[in-house]
Design a protein around this ligand. Structure first.
Ligand code: SF4
Length: 314
């Protein structure tokens, strides 16, 4: 694959636009989380679709959908980032996380479970931990079953992360924030019952918390067991789409206390809560949300707190 453009900083995150042999473009990201060094934690994000047909109103990866990368094209992004740092493919990082979360929902590309199958034989990486995050589009049950099979076979006992992004407990609002038909909470909960076994990580229920949008601990508790699900709260990233759609974050990344009331309500209901506030440098780089090049180059007005780093292109 050919490098088309890059942006970012070695000490935080580097976004790369790659062109495949078929002429399509993919984006991938590698990041570290200072003060921890790469030997402590190295995180790769790969794209699983060319663009994304869902078009969530807070995500710059939505739109411009033009197909599914092949198995080789998905794994080629990982090879590209690994070979640059560890050409012998021995990866000594204590945690080596691969997130299928750059461009596209992974459930829409059936090669993803095959990538999961190949990773342990391709890389000598004791810290390997795949991470699959999805909005759970309807019809993804067979995909989920294959992911579950791979987790049980290759990544048991806490070496796999799985996340449902749901954003609101109000189904009409959820449909607005995720403009696709998605699995009902009941089906997600049943999947959790099968997925989480002794020693496994709980499944994450992810909320990018938009101002004035309902996240109701009682509704969550009606469907999801705190024994198998935890809640992650994140601020809405400063993306072009979020600004265009008037979505304001209910969590101020500079004032984590702004998530205090919601965190307490969820904890009182019995859920573990992770407040995930990313490194502001990653927003400035634009490594948090996909389709960097397209969003950035087509934008008519600059963002003040995102996409601030220069792009180097061929
Ligand atoms: S959040 Fe995920 S599903 Fe929604 S547009 Fe972005 S990549 Fe697609």
């Amino acid at each position: 694959m050919k490098v088309i453009a890059q942006t970012g900083h070695e000490d935080h995150a580097i976004v790369t636009i790659l062109e495949t042999a078929s002429g399509h473009r993919l984006e991938c990201v590698e990041s570290v989380q200072p003060p921890a060094g790469r030997d402590e934690k190295w995180v790769l994000l790969v794209s699983t679709l060319f663009g994304c047909p869902i078009g969530c109103p807070m995500c710059d990866a939505g739109g411009n959908y033009h197909g599914k990368p092949t198995l080789e094209e998905v794994i080629g992004q990982i090879d590209f980032m690994v070979d640059k740092r560890y050409p012998d493919r021995r990866i000594p990082c204590r945690q080596f996380k691969i997130q299928f979360a750059r461009m596209g929902d992974p459930c829409l590309n059936p090669v993803v479970p095959d990538v999961l199958r190949l990773l342990p034989e391709r890389y000598d990486a004791p810290g390997l931990m795949p991470s699959v995050s999805t909005i759970a589009p309807v019809g993804c049950e067979a995909f989920l079953a294959r992911v579950l099979e791979m987790k049980n076979r290759l990544y048991s006992r806490g070496r796999f992360q799985f996340q449902f992004s749901i954003h609101s407990t109000d189904s009409a609002v959820r449909r607005r924030l995720i403009p696709a038909q998605t699995l009902p909470f009941r089906t997600m909960a049943e999947f959790g019952d099968r997925f989480v076994q002794a020693g496994d990580r709980k499944i994450t229920l992810n909320f990018a918390v938009v101002e004035n949008i309902s996240v109701d601990a009682a509704v969550l508790l009606r469907h999801f067991s705190p024994e198998r699900f935890l809640v992650k709260l994140t601020p809405v990233n400063p993306t072009y789409r979020a600004v265009e759609n008037g979505l304001t974050s209910a969590i101020d990344p500079l004032r984590p206390v702004s998530a205090g009331t919601l965190t307490r309500q969820l904890q009182d209901a019995g859920f573990d809560v992770i407040l995930s506030i990313g490194n502001p440098e990653e927003n400035r780089i634009g490594s948090n949300c996909g389709q960097f090049l397209r969003s950035h180059q087509e934008a008519t007005a600059p963002l003040t707190d995102g996409y601030q780093y220069p792009i180097f292109s061929d």
